[in-house]
Design a protein. Structure first.
Length: 450
């Protein structure tokens, strides 16, 4: 009886397996004899690179907060903003001229900037007096316990520790209610996923703005757009903690706009969104000039060289000249040829400005030695060697520098007779050093072989 039951089970399983194979063969034959059906084409959202309607459609979703729409808008604008160097678009549209487009992109970056840094790095210093001269024990008078909009009690630093009432500057400081205490615990922070999404969108927006700056049609508009300049300089200022790609895009944007950039825009009557001053802008540039990232300090040197061409920028840049010369001379000692090129370009423009710049540069240690090293190496770009020789000629044109440069006359004469490309320049340098009436000692030395 048990064997019969086992036989039934085996037969049932075998029959079902055979039946399944038969059905599979039948379906395969039927599929082979069925006429071939091509898949229906899916509707495709067309990209018209030069359509103003498409660009206008890309603008509104940017501040809307919808991830899918924002992603599509950023991807579309990235494609439209990219342009090869040799590409000539006959019907290219200046994207920065489209109303609201640049502001919408800046808003994406500003949204990330609001939450970019960890709270420990951005919150202000709070003096914990542990109940001294405070209404609430343990927190001090920085917290507005009474929610007063008129005055804020602040402890004095005197021996009697009396409470001084100081008016609140409503125009510059934000009023935080007592409920602001709970922000200490970070209960309302975005999660890591939300922060990452905002960061990616900000980097994409900065890349689009960078691409905008490469188009000559957009340069004038962007160089006069205060919000744009304030945003990129703020990103540069926080290069230590900010996303590296975001900082790189900001630096390249400013470098492209530098020939048209007037730093006085930060004190103009145009509406300001971020409190960036001319001094803070130059300090931000000096910060990345001293960084170890090659792309940053090369771009900073090139940026300073372009900004100094505008006479209106001189009062803001020249106070940082001693730090600038020292760092630029350090860049000349690097083996990277692009760093040397950026430093020579900046020093060339600085030496052309005024006498004070030439005097300070000549007194900078190793400046002449490293300029000669760039020429003797030689640098792979002949224009860089020519500019280095022109810097030396500008230095020797100042009578106060000749006594220092006389120590290098043998090196100058060696280049004069060995390299015909720069012989004219070094002939003029030696003429300035030796043929002046005040240089009797130099004339007696007879560097011409007599």
């Amino acid at each position: 009886m048990q064997k019969r039951e086992q036989g039934k089970q085996v037969g049932a399983s075998g029959g079902s397996a055979t039946r399944r194979r038969r059905e599979a063969v039948h379906s395969a034959v039927e599929a082979a004899t069925r006429p071939l059906l091509l898949p229906q084409p899916q509707p495709i959202r067309l990209l018209h690179p030069h359509s103003l309607a498409l660009l206008s459609k890309s603008t509104p979703p940017s501040p809307s907060g919808l991830k899918s729409e924002l992603t599509w808008a950023l991807n579309t604008l990235t494609l439209l903003s990219f342009k090869e160097k040799d590409e000539v678009r006959k019907d290219a549209t200046p994207l920065a001229k489209i109303p609201g487009l640049l502001d919408a992109l800046l808003l994406v970056i500003d949204d990330w900037r609001d939450i970019a840094l960890p709270k420990e790095l951005v919150k202000k210093q709070r003096v914990r007096l542990l109940g001294a001269n405070s209404v609430v024990t343990g927190f001090g008078n920085e917290y507005e316990v009474l929610n007063s909009n008129d005055v804020v009690p602040r402890p004095s630093l005197g021996s009697d520790s009396s409470v001084i009432e100081t008016p609140v500057q409503k125009s510059t400081t934000k009023h935080h209610p007592a409920a602001w205490w709970f922000d200490e615990d970070g209960l309302f922070n975005l999660d890591d996923e939300g922060r990452a999404e905002k960061q990616q969108c900000a980097v994409a927006a900065s890349n689009i703005i960078r691409n905008f700056s490469f188009m000559p049609e957009n340069e004038v508009i962007m160089a006069q757009h205060r919000h744009c300049l304030e945003t990129v300089f703020q990103c540069i200022e926080d290069y230590v903690t900010e996303d590296e790609e975001l900082v790189t895009n900001a630096v390249e944007t400013v470098v492209n706009l530098a020939p048209l950039l007037d730093l006085r825009i930060f004190s103009s009557s145009k509406p300001s969104y971020i409190n960036i001053t001319e001094k803070r802008a130059v300090q931000a540039i000096m910060g990345i000039l001293g960084s170890a990232v090659k792309a940053w300090h090369c771009a900073a040197a090139e940026l300073l060289g372009r900004l100094i061409i505008n006479p209106d920028n001189e009062p803001f840049i020249l106070p940082f000249a001693p730090q600038m010369y020292k760092r630029l001379v350090d860049l000349l000692s690097l083996t990277a040829t692009d760093a040397q090129a950026a430093a020579v370009g900046a020093l060339y423009n600085l030496a052309e400005i005024n006498m004070d710049c030439r005097l300070k540069l000549a007194n900078e240690r190793w400046a002449v030695d490293r300029l000669l090293k760039v020429i003797k190496a030689p640098h792979p770009v002949p224009e860089i060697c020519r500019k280095a020789a022109m810097i030396l000629e500008n230095l020797v044109s100042e009578p106060q520098n000749r006594s220092q440069l006389l120590a290098y006359e043998n090196a100058f004469a060696e280049i004069l007779f060995s390299d015909g490309r720069y012989s004219d320049t070094f002939a003029r340098i030696l003429y300035e050093l030796t043929s002046r009436p005040s240089n009797k000692v130099a004339t007696a030395r007879g560097i011409w072989g007599m």
